[in-house]
Design a protein around this ligand. Structure first.
Ligand SMILES: Nc1ncnc2c1ncn2[C@@H]1O[C@H](COP(=O)(O)OP(=O)(O)OP(=O)(O)O)[C@@H](O)[C@H]1O
Length: 704
């Protein structure tokens, strides 16, 4: 079926699928409380007219919009009395392989500046125009909230229908062996929660599996052939940046605590760092005139050769806080020119949990090293292994990598570790938790890797649960310094947070209502599972809201396209799983909506940190479903009150009536919620849960 057919197939149904909303029901009161009073008990009733509507719409015509889940959809179609949208036609992998929707690789995800920072300029399809979800592959039919689907949504939290229905991925007889899956899974022993496929890497060591057929596809399914487009090389693109916001100067008032011995004094200006002229020029071209607090403290600590664990709020410049001093030292000490050597021996390795994030870090490294002899390289899963190798052999001083691809390349002996002087773990708490921790341990025990005494290890994050801090000690010299900027694990105060009580069955209606009020402002909508991301994105497109999606089941090319479309403003709504929760620095994201709350409060802090960055303001709206989110009530009340946000009375009530094992935090008061664990146990822990207590890590994906 051609593109036109798809359009024809959808459009006749679109109008009949658009629920009627009373626009004035949504009003953004000071804390948004006046649109949050959807009683949980009414949620099912709220959905009923819509379901009836869909029954009448004739949409249950047995279409299958994605071929990946065709089997499942068929099953659903056959068993569902109302939906019935699985049988018959498949719309195939329409995504970006479809020429009509493919703008070429150029938009990619190279920060999107190339598309111009004026988002209005680029997109033909704006909200209110025709919905244009780009490349949804999920197995849901378009917005057919059949009984069964509603049940699915409702049960995802508890690992109900999807979890039991969907077969565990075996790597055979399933298109999951295709690029996207092998890419997103990277063949690693992907850590999966409920509703997420389990990729076991055939029982091999996870990092080996990629090299031995997972990612490179030697033995399982087609090879990953995707070669990401090169980022623009012109100086304007390299130094493109967005403006700091009105609250940038308020950073100066944030309390900073440094613990450890012999702490080097903080610097107040870039000049005090005594960086070389080229670096100073690059800093100026990047538009940096003033240091952020984490930079004031971290730069001298790193320049003094100390190990560091730094915790600072989202969007406050942690990337430059480690890149600048590392580059300064590399410039001072000199780097070995190693162009075209078979085995490259970088001086610095930076690891981060997602492909998009390592790319972003790479672009920052490229920007700050512009005009120097230091060459940064990025490698990540979901792309052709040969491409990664070709990038490396051209010379590599700073290697930005996701863990799976990094271990693959090391296994292939393209990277030697002997020269490593700097090891950086960005989003360090994520890099050390159950998902990535084992790979990080393998990395530091790889042959050739200098011991912790011989290298400088740096860890950065906005959240640092105490348990993870303890694990980190294995990586750090015992005299490491701990920098806490404001509240460890605290939310950025520039984000206005609103929590609405919304039951499962009312969420979609509420989402559309809010998005219609938001207009064209860039919005990230977080959901719990990959499937739901596809479903909600498709649903929004049907509601004529231009939307795209990013999650671990999308092919890398699709992920990059989605991010590019979102950055450029072509699709002002991005539906995402937690794969996009951390680190992504996208200009002008004004809203974050937690359609589903994450399972941990730390993840909440990272998600809402996609807005309100670098002194800009933003808004976060979270749907709190008392059926499934009560475990978050206490830590949420704490995060809200610490960030001086209004706490809804109903949330406080739930918080005080819910017993959370391990949560001992009072809800108000303390400046540092969590502290350097070497000082002893703190009384507060914004994480709410230690990693071993996390109730349901459904949002984990194999990201790299
Ligand atoms: N001193 C500075 N002056 C102006 N802009 C800055 C400065 N430092 C960082 N920025 C910009 O602020 C934005 C956020 O920085 P960055 O992505 O490093 O934040 P982060 O603390 O790592 O956030 P997250 O916790 O979400 O990963 C980036 O666009 C960056 O270029």
């Amino acid at each position: 079926m051609g593109d036109e057919d798809w359009e024809a197939e959808i459009n006749p149904h679109m109008s009949s699928c658009v629920p009627i909303f009373e626009k004035d029901r949504y009003s953004s009161g000071e804390n948004g409380d006046n649109f949050n009073r959807a009683p949980a008990s009414s949620s099912e009733m709220d959905d009923r007219p819509q379901r009836d509507h869909f029954m009448k719409s004739g949409f249950a015509s047995g279409r299958n919009f994605g071929n990946r889940d065709a089997g499942e959809s068929n099953k659903r179609g056959n068993t569902s009395a109302m939906g019935g949208f699985g049988a018959g036609k498949s719309f195939g992998n329409r995504g970006f392989s479809n020429s009509k929707f493919e703008d070429g690789d150029s938009s990619g995800f190279w920060r999107g500046y190339r598309d111009g920072s004026n988002s209005d300029a680029s997109g033909p399809s704006r909200r209110g125009g025709r919905g244009s979800f780009r490349g949804c592959r999920g197995g849901f039919g378009l917005g057919s909230p059949s009984n069964e689907l509603d049940k699915d949504e409702c049960m995802q939290r508890t690992g109900g229908l999807f979890g039991s229905r969907r077969p565990a991925l075996s790597g055979t007889g399933n298109d999951d062996t295709s690029q996207g899956r092998s890419g997103s899974g990277s063949g690693r022993g992907g850590y999966k929660g409920l509703n997420e496929e389990v990729i076991t890497g055939s029982g091999k060591n996870s990092w080996k599996s990629e090299a031995e057929g997972g990612e490179s596809g030697d033995t399982q399914g087609p090879k990953v052939t995707y070669i990401p487009p090169p980022p623009p090389e012109d100086e304007d693109s390299i130094f493109a940046h967005y403006q700091t916001g009105i609250n940038f100067d308020k950073y100066d008032t944030i309390l900073v605590e440094v613990s450890g011995h012999d702490v080097p004094p903080a610097i107040l200006t870039f000049e005090e760092a005594h960086l070389c002229q080229t670096l100073n020029n690059n800093i100026a071209k990047a538009g940096y005139t003033k240091l952020t607090p984490v930079q004031k403290y971290s730069i001298p600590i790193i320049l003094a050769g100390r190990d560091l664990m730094a915790c600072a709020q989202t969007g406050s410049g942690k990337t430059a806080a480690f890149l600048l001093p590392i580059l300064a030292q590399m410039m001072r000490d000199g780097v070995t020119a190693s162009r075209f050597k078979e085995l490259q021996e970088p001086e610095c390795i930076i690891v981060a949990p997602t492909r998009e994030l390592v790319n972003q870090i790479y672009l920052e490294a490229r920007k700050f090293s512009f005009g120097t002899c230091v060459r940064a390289v990025v490698i990540y899963g979901g792309t052709q292994l040969g491409h990664s190798i070709r990038q490396i052999v051209q010379g590599c001083n700073i290697l930005c990598a996701t863990p799976g691809r990094l271990m693959d390349i090391i296994g292939k002996e393209k990277i030697g570790l002997k020269q490593i002087k700097y090891l950086v773990l960005d989003e360090a708490d994520r890099m050390l938790d159950m998902g990535f921790g084992p790979e990080m341990k393998k990395l530091i025990s790889c042959p050739g890797m200098p011991s912790k005494e011989q290298r400088q290890t740096l860890m950065f994050s906005a959240t640092f649960p105490e348990e993870i801090q303890r694990l980190a000690a294995e990586f750090l010299k015992s005299n490491y310094l701990f920098v806490a900027v404001g509240q460890v694990g605290g939310a950025c105060r520039d984000v206005q947070q609103t929590v609405l009580q919304v039951g499962q069955f009312s969420k979609r209606e509420k989402l559309v209502e809010i998005l219609r009020n938001i207009g064209d402002e860039r919005t990230m909508v977080f959901v719990e599972t990959k499937k739901k991301a596809d479903f909600i994105a498709t649903f929004l497109c049907q509601e004529k809201i231009s939307t795209t999606s990013i999650h671990g089941d999308r092919e890398q090319r699709e992920r990059e396209q989605a991010l590019g479309d979102f950055r450029s403003g072509k699709c002002p709504v991005l539906v995402a799983t937690s794969v996009a929760a951390r680190g992504l620095d996208i200009e002008n994201v004004q809203h974050v909506i937690n359609f589903d709350l994450p399972s941990t409060i730390d993840e909440y802090v990272h998600r809402i940190g996609r807005t309100g960055r670098c002194g800009n303001t933003g808004r976060a709206i979270s749907f709190f479903d008392p059926e499934s989110d009560n475990h978050l009530a206490q830590p949420l009340v704490k995060v809200l009150s610490d960030a001086q946000q209004d706490v809804p009375a109903w949330l406080e009530e739930i918080a005080f009536s819910t017993h959370i094992p391990g949560f001992s935090g009072s809800t108000r008061g303390s400046v540092f919620a969590s502290v350097d664990t070497r000082k002893g146990k703190s009384t507060l822990n914004t994480a709410g849960f230690s990693s071993s207590q996390v109730p349901n890590p459904v949002d984990d994906e194999s990201w790299d």
